[in-house]
Design a protein around this ligand. Sequence first.
Ligand code: GDP
Ligand code: MG
Length: 162
Amino acid sequence: MLPVVALVGRPNVGKSTLFNVLTRSRDALVADMPGVTRDRHYGVCRLGERPFVVVDTGGLSGTEEALDVLTARQVRLAIEEAQVLVFVVDARDGLLAQDHVILGELRRSGKPIIVVVNKTDGLDLATAMAEFSVFGLAATLPASAAHNRGTEDLVGAIRPLL
Ligand code: GDP
Ligand code: MG
């Protein structure tokens, strides 16, 4: 069985866009409306030497259920299924309270966490990254999923953890 990597994060941070880049598919639904991805999506990332499964856990957000319930479910699924947790945050929104909540849950799992600071395109990188240094996680990488930037470094960071 291939190892599994889960993408976790608030709605609209770019999880599905990152999924598409990693799996080179259009499977994950990307839209300007937050939370439009209805389900988990699975794909295989074949960038680099050894393939791994990527799961886009963003589901059902912003609809009938409260955001914290949805987030909790998403995080639980990710933790259950994955060997590596990729926590996606939004450089444009900056660090929000919900990011802290999600990261707290991920940390409790004891599984390795990589932080992807997405949407850094057009931003000052040092400033964008500095805000997320409070997480204290060594593996904190800048990315622009929409412009396919940072993907190679991300795969490089994931691989030794599988
Ligand atoms: P999800 O809800 O976390 O799955 O987020 P999506 O992948 O659906 O993306 C939400 C919105 O952010 C869409 O309008 C994307 O085009 C946009 N987006 C995703 N990645 C980037 C990025 O790297 N830079 C910018 N500027 N926008 C992005
Ligand atoms: Mg999505």
